[in-house]
Design a protein around this ligand. Structure first.
Ligand SMILES: *[C@@H]1O[C@H](CO)[C@@H](O)[C@H](O)[C@H]1NC(C)=O
Ligand SMILES: *[C@@H]1O[C@H](CO)[C@@H](O)[C@H](O)[C@H]1NC(C)=O
Ligand SMILES: *[C@@H]1O[C@H](CO)[C@@H](O)[C@H](O)[C@H]1NC(C)=O
Ligand SMILES: *[C@@H]1O[C@H](CO)[C@@H](O)[C@H](O)[C@H]1NC(C)=O
Ligand SMILES: *[C@@H]1O[C@H](CO)[C@@H](O)[C@H](O)[C@H]1NC(C)=O
Ligand SMILES: *[C@@H]1O[C@H](CO)[C@@H](O)[C@H](O)[C@H]1NC(C)=O
Ligand SMILES: *[C@@H]1O[C@H](CO)[C@@H](O)[C@H](O)[C@H]1NC(C)=O
Ligand SMILES: *[C@@H]1O[C@H](CO)[C@@H](O)[C@H](O)[C@H]1NC(C)=O
Ligand SMILES: *[C@@H]1O[C@H](CO)[C@@H](O)[C@H](O)[C@H]1NC(C)=O
Length: 581
């Protein structure tokens, strides 16, 4: 180990003096996803972008001013509304229109605002803008304020109500349990009423199952700021988790979920094939999604929804950096709305990323059970506080992965003739660690006559040649820690993300192309942004591209796997590979 450590330090030094990039931070979008006039995303974390105002003087309404939202009743989750003001006397560039949910929220407990001076006509006392609103299980209202030495309330809008109010089941998603006879249905509502799922293969004979596992979490459950702060936290409602059992493998089921008061629309899914099945299926694979302004993540979701509706995909495998909420909880709600159209048809399997897990404070609240403040090895720069204080808490509550490892952090399942493993690069993966021991046991237990293929995924990359210093060092550390495990237990494909780019290697072991070794893929291309750095010339790197896109992993039969990378704009498969045995 000592020699390796020395090598890593040396490598770090060489990379520093050559001035290679380190991975940069990404802004946190505001609720409206505002952009600066120069086109960059307004960062909700920057104090300069927050309103600084004193409590408003009572009764200062401008009697001639009006503020109107339309439509305002029964609007859908994520629907666009128009906000129009007029008749404002003495408009000023200190005027702002602010969104409050609920309508009686304190003046400084707002979701987002629009500076009226960003709309040309404001000097004439009127103007309008369009924004999208999400159902946070509360009604909403806009207020027009003048922020000077004294804050004045100029006008209040009509109240906005959402379709289905607080009771409507939202954020639906399915997940696999590892047993092909089971399917898990999860959703969110503001109601503690008994959760119900109706399901069956025949619409005229549906079974009903009642859930007994509904949870919620509070700001106090988070590790640190901003996740535990009043202005970033949003009450997540109740997260319902209902298990369907005794399903017929490979069969089409109809279902809906909700409560006695209100049910979701009718949906459908295919129960998993029996383990060992040779039948064709495709998993959609990607990392680093977020909710960056249209189209980006929305484009990935559009392709995935197409695949789900067309019946060309079986499940989603999203290996970390999920919503990029980083403590700003409205982003979780927005992201769930993006995936809902396909996550209610395809089981949505997730892994943890640095932006969900990493923290430097409050570690006793980390639900993964990691000791201290989690994994911060001395040789690796870049394991910091990227979760914005969330430390895995929203992931732990929002998703329920197979229970054979450590929750959403590490687990495995068989699908057809493939054994899939998700591991956490944000937890100790070195020899002797709890995770390493589990991984070794899991790989040892694979029955290769039942599942001849083994695919492992995690967030940070074990092989990458893109010029980003800190994560390049981490890739070397990952190789040192568990590359031999993958080689020894005949892993066919290792899929990573974290880099917002696409890369594929030859079958590689110890940085040499080696027949029989795993092929490594980096597919952090689902929408957050694109990394533009160049690549080191490495003999093991066979294809790379700085662009958006998503992966498709198809089991053609028991002896052939097909990997494809679909580029975003064209929808064309820009890179692909057949693996056969
Ligand atoms: C864009 O404008 C914002 C706000 O004025 C500023 O903070 C940011 O640095 C600018 N970015 C670029 C790339 O010019
Ligand atoms: C609104 O924008 C104007 C012009 O950029 C600026 O002077 C003013 O301070 C802003 N107001 C607020 C409340 O941010
Ligand atoms: C606002 O307060 C500052 C500092 O107290 C003062 O100099 C300024 O004149 C005040 N402006 C108005 C419009 O009252
Ligand atoms: C909750 O539901 C599960 C699955 O239906 C069942 O096995 C379990 O016994 C139930 N627990 C309670 C406390 O009712
Ligand atoms: C889904 O089917 C439609 C209509 O046949 C087709 O245009 C589209 O390309 C398909 N999408 C995918 C992702 O296969
Ligand atoms: C990882 O686990 C090993 C084995 O328990 C331990 O020796 C090492 O200190 C841990 N590393 C970190 C960075 O926590
Ligand atoms: C592995 O799977 C094969 C085929 O299903 C089965 O016959 C065999 O018993 C399994 N081996 C073990 C050790 O479970
Ligand atoms: C595809 O990605 C490129 C950046 O590489 C971007 O310019 C383009 O807008 C994206 N297209 C879509 C449809 O998302
Ligand atoms: C498996 O699929 C591949 C690719 O479609 C095909 O070439 C091969 O003949 C198939 N093998 C069997 C045993 O069906």
């Amino acid at each position: 180990m000592a020699t390796t450590e020395t090598a890593l330090v040396a490598c770090m030094y060489i990379l520093w003096v050559t001035g290679i990039n380190c991975k940069h931070d990404h802004p946190v979008a505001t609720y409206f996803g505002r952009v600066h006039p120069n086109g960059t995303i307004v960062d909700a974390r920057n104090p300069a972008n927050k309103l600084k105002f004193s409590p408003p003087k009572p009764t200062t309404l401008d009697p001639r001013a009006s503020l109107k939202v339309s439509p305002s009743s029964e609007i859908g989750n994520g629907e666009e509304v128009n906000v129009l003001w007029s008749g404002v006397t003495f408009p000023s560039d200190k005027d702002v229109v602010i969104l409050y949910c609920p309508p009686d929220a304190e003046f400084d407990h707002y979701l987002d605002y629009v500076n009226v001076s960003s709309i040309e006509t404001y000097t004439k006392g009127y103007g309008e803008f369009d924004v999208r609103l999400w159902n946070l299980r509360k009604e909403c209202q806009f207020r027009y304020y003048r922020i000077g030495n004294h804050t004045m309330l100029i006008a209040e809008s009509n109240v906005v109500t959402f379709e289905g109010g607080t009771e409507i089941p939202l954020q639906g998603h399915l997940s696999l349990t590892g047993d092909p006879m089971e399917m898990r249905v999860m959703w969110v509502s503001g109601s503690m009423d008994t959760p119900i799922v109706q399901y069956g293969t025949d619409l005229s004979a549906m079974s009903v199952v009642r859930g007994n596992n509904s949870k919620t979490y509070t700001a106090a459950d988070m590790c640190n700021a901003p996740a535990n702060e009043e202005n970033a936290f949003v009450d997540p409602g109740f997260i319902h988790d209902v298990l369907l059992t005794n399903l017929k493998p490979g069969t089409l089921y109809y279902y809906s979920y909700g409560s006695a008061k209100i049910m979701s629309p009718l949906r459908h899914f295919n129960a998993s094939p029996p383990v060992g099945s040779a039948n064709k299926f495709t998993a959609l694979v990607y990392g680093d999604m977020g909710v960056s302004p249209i189209p980006r993540a929305y484009k990935t979701a559009e392709y995935a929804t197409d695949e789900a509706m067309n019946g060309t995909a079986a499940f989603v495998f999203h290996n970390g950096d999920i919503s990029y909420a980083r403590g700003f909880a409205y982003i979780w709600e927005q992201w769930h709305a993006v995936i809902e159209p396909y996550a209610t048809i395809l089981p949505y399997m997730v892994g943890i990323g640095n932006h969900e897990q990493d923290h430097l404070k409050g570690g006793t609240k980390d639900p993964s059970g990691a000791p201290g403040e989690g994994f911060h090895p001395w040789w690796a720069p870049g394991f910091g506080s990227d979760s914005g204080g969330e430390c895995g808490v929203p992931m732990y509550y929002r998703f329920h992965m197979p229970d054979n490892g450590n929750g959403v952090w590490w687990y495995s399942f068989d699908y057809g003739s493939v054994h899939f493993m998700m591991m956490s690069t944000e937890h100790n993966f070195t020899q002797g660690s709890r995770q390493y021991e589990w991984m070794e046991q899991d790989l040892k237990n694979v029955n290769h006559s039942l599942t001849p293929w083994v695919v492992i995924a995690g967030h940070r990359a074990m092989y990458t040649s893109q010029k980003q210093l800190d994560d390049y060092i981490i890739s070397l550390g990952m190789q040192e820690a568990f590359e031999s495990l993958l080689y020894k237990y005949k892993v066919d494909l290792a899929i990573w993300a974290h880099y917002h780019s696409y890369e594929r290697t030859c079958p590689v072991y110890l940085r040499q192309c080696t027949p029989g070794a795993p092929v490594h893929i980096v597919v952090g291309t689902a929408g957050k942004s694109v990394d533009l750095e160049d690549y080191f010339p490495m003999s093991w790197s066979l294809y790379h591209e700085n662009n958006y896109g998503y992966g498709r992993l198809t089991q053609a039969n028991r002896s052939a796997l097909h990997w494809e990378w679909v580029e975003n704009t064209s929808g064309f498969v820009k890179d692909h590979l057949w693996l056969t045995k």
